[in-house]
Design a protein. Structure first.
Length: 133
């Protein structure tokens, strides 16, 4: 696992969150099967969450100040695990309304994960910049 792979997973989660915000604003009633685009974002989010839950520590060990990164990795892993439970629940629903997606976005675990990832992303950029100087 590499920092670049981690960055791609972070980008997937951020893009999904933005898509979910737009979906929530559409007023979809949930009286039909979910569209392919929504399911694609849910699946991409789930894939990224699996990575964070299972492989994040490997990437953190490769960074300078790895003990501090590993401490945060544990927090990210926990939030990713909890967010994945919510995403999986939404994903298996026969119909997905805007309200359901809005509730997913409002989940404290999803918001905590996003904040964790913003912090991690900025810290990694700083750390990697220092390593190359």
């Amino acid at each position: 696992m590499t920092v670049d792979q981690l960055q791609k997973h972070i980008d997937k989660i951020e893009a999904s969150y933005e898509f979910f915000l737009a979906y929530a604003a559409q007023g979809v009633t949930g009286d039909r099967e979910p569209n392919g685009e929504l399911m694609g974002f849910l699946e991409a989010t789930e894939e990224a969450l699996v990575f964070l839950d299972e492989d994040l520590e490997v990437v953190m060990e490769s960074l300078e100040s790895s003990s501090e990164f590993l401490a945060l990795a544990d927090v990210v892993r926990q939030d990713a695990h909890k967010t994945r439970a919510a995403v999986t629940l939404v994903k298996v629903q026969p119909a997905i309304s805007s309200q359901l997606i809005d509730n997913l976005n409002a989940s404290i675990h999803f918001r905590a994960l996003l904040t964790d990832l913003f912090l991690l992303d900025e810290a990694m950029k700083t750390s990697i910049k220092e390593e190359t100087v």
